[in-house]
Design a binder for this molecule. Structure first.
Ligand SMILES: Cc1ncc(COP(=O)(O)O)c(C=O)c1O
Length: 477
């Protein structure tokens, strides 16, 4: 192992932004293989914030940030939010631990979330909120609520290519064999049905018998699968069928919710559902903290947490004052700056620009899919027949995705991988991104596409040394 420089204190790091040793330290003690791959690809960073929407790499190159996996609704260091945070700390607010007491911040955020939800789904007027620290943890609570509510029913239905997180329970509901092979055994029965197929859903409910089904979980639009938008009637159909049988519906709005999709709650406003449980996370932390929320109807919440059972679901940090204050301020910003409407408007412009790329360069981009400020481009595979790194299909697909990410990176745009889709790169810019920068982002993508034209040329233009290192990494690590 390479000799590392001496450790630095937090104060040193704050005042001396020398980032040269960061990658080496990550490789030594972090998720080293991931960082190694990113280092070979030249995208490991670390990055410094230029403004809320742009990042600078160690070589001084400034790029437009459309990464962040939908968790940075305002970008980095959004003045409105950071100034609030500084004031919050300066005025002596505590973190709010332990939590066995009422908290002005938590109460207000609960109230605000339920009020907002109720404005679209009036049946939620007396719903309750359980706070946690990530999306997956919000899903864990949703699973527990559901299984408690229908104790005689043993299974939860999910859908192909869903992504609900990687903690054990959430992973049971993320039907990707690559991730699920880590599970020794499922902790409850899961039946995975095709996403978007209403008829098949009805048939399966009948075949299984509704009494066996505790709940159905879905993303209104599948984010990590590469922005898969189901037929609109599918969501309403699921909702109606479940209501007929008392099956619990869970809408996972962790990625789509609070504006990203162009809706506060896509499942309700777009999909015409009235879900029993709604999970939120990513933007609720304002890009500054990690906050998850599970909103459940009163009768479902009480079934698990009623009376002496009130402590049957708990965590140390969920609902802490700092996270709640930031969550509340984030809702204020979304509301005051009309970011939900903005996401719809800019989303339409972005959708047209991205689609034009696929039309102009079909040998490079196979398909684009969008919803609000969720943008995905599925690239053509780097041709296996002529490809010197020819290998299993999956390696080829991963490789294509990485090359596409590198191409956009070189063009000055930071994108996201898709955790449940290969060859698919997503853009999730801050909802506050100035319009000229937003348009410049697509100019840059256009220029990159015109330069590369096909996936094969994208491969040819990648330095041989990089290709060989990546191939070596993929095949022998
Ligand atoms: C729809 C959805 N659900 C759950 C999760 C898991 O959230 P987290 O990564 O915070 O655990 C994600 C993360 O991407 C997601 O997109």
């Amino acid at each position: 192992m390479a000799k590392l420089p001496p450790p630095q204190t937090a104060e040193q790091i704050l005042s001396n932004p020398d980032t040269r040793d960061v990658v080496a330290k990550e490789i030594a003690h972090g998720n080293s293989d991931l960082i190694k791959a990113l280092k070979i690809a030249g995208i490991a960073g670390p990055y410094e914030v230029v403004d809320p929407w742009r990042l600078q790499d160690p070589e001084g190159v400034v790029r437009i940030n459309a990464g962040g996996y939908s968790a940075t609704p305002f970008g980095d260091n959004y003045p409105e939010l950071t100034e609030f945070l500084v004031r919050y700390l300066r005025e002596g607010n505590s973190m709010g631990l332990p939590q066995q007491s009422a908290s002005k911040w938590r109460a207000e955020l609960e109230y605000r979330l339920v009020s907002k939800l109720t404005s679209f789904a009036p049946s939620h007027a007396d719903s309750k909120v359980f706070f946690s620290n990530s999306g997956a943890e919000a899903i864990e609570s949703a699973i527990k609520f559901t299984l408690h509510f229908r104790p005689k029913a043993s299974c939860i239905i999910n859908f192909t290519r869903a992504y609900h997180g990687k903690t054990t329970g959430a992973l049971n509901l993320t039907p990707n064999p690559e991730y699920q092979q880590q599970l020794q055994r499922p902790s409850f029965d899961v039946i995975t049905l095709p996403f978007g197929d209403s008829e098949r859903f009805s048939r399966e409910v009948e075949r299984l018998g509704p009494g066996r089904i505790a709940g159905v979980i879905l993303e209104p639009v599948q984010g990590e699968a590469g922005v898969i938008v189901p037929p609109r009637e599918f969501l309403a159909h699921i909702d109606k069928t479940c209501k007929q049988h008392g099956i619990v519906t869970i809408a996972d709005e962790i990625q789509t919710g609070l504006g990203r999709s162009g809706y506060w709650f896509a499942s309700i406003e777009w999909g015409k559902m009235d879900p029993d449980i709604i999970t939120l996370a990513k933007p609720l932390g304002g890009g500054l903290t990690a906050t998850g929320a599970t909103i459940a109807r009163q009768k479902i919440f009480k079934k698990m947490l009623g009376g002496l059972h009130a402590k049957h679901q708990s965590n140390t940090f969920g609902g802490n004052s700092l996270a709640m204050a930031i969550g509340l301020k984030s809702l204020d910003i979304i509301e005051q700056e009309n970011l939900v409407e903005r996401a719809q408007r800019l989303g339409k412009i972005g959708a047209r620009r991205l689609e034009a790329l696929a039309t102009a360069w079909p040998g490079l981009i196979a398909e684009t899919r969008t919803m609000g400020m969720l943008f995905a481009a599925r690239f053509q595979p780097v041709t296996p027949t002529r490809n010197i790194v020819y290998g299993p299909k999956q390696i080829n697909s991963e490789f294509t995705g990485l090359l596409a990410l590198m191409m956009w990176h070189k063009a000055g745009v930071l994108g996201n991988f898709s955790l449940n889709a290969q060859r698919t790169i997503r853009l999730t810019p801050a909802l506050t991104m100035p319009e000229d920068l937003f348009l410049e982002m697509f100019d840059r993508l256009e220029q990159a596409a015109a330069e590369h034209r096909t996936a094969w040329r994208m491969f040819l233009r990648t330095p041989r040394k990089t290709v060989l290192k990546l191939a070596n990494f993929a095949l022998f690590s």
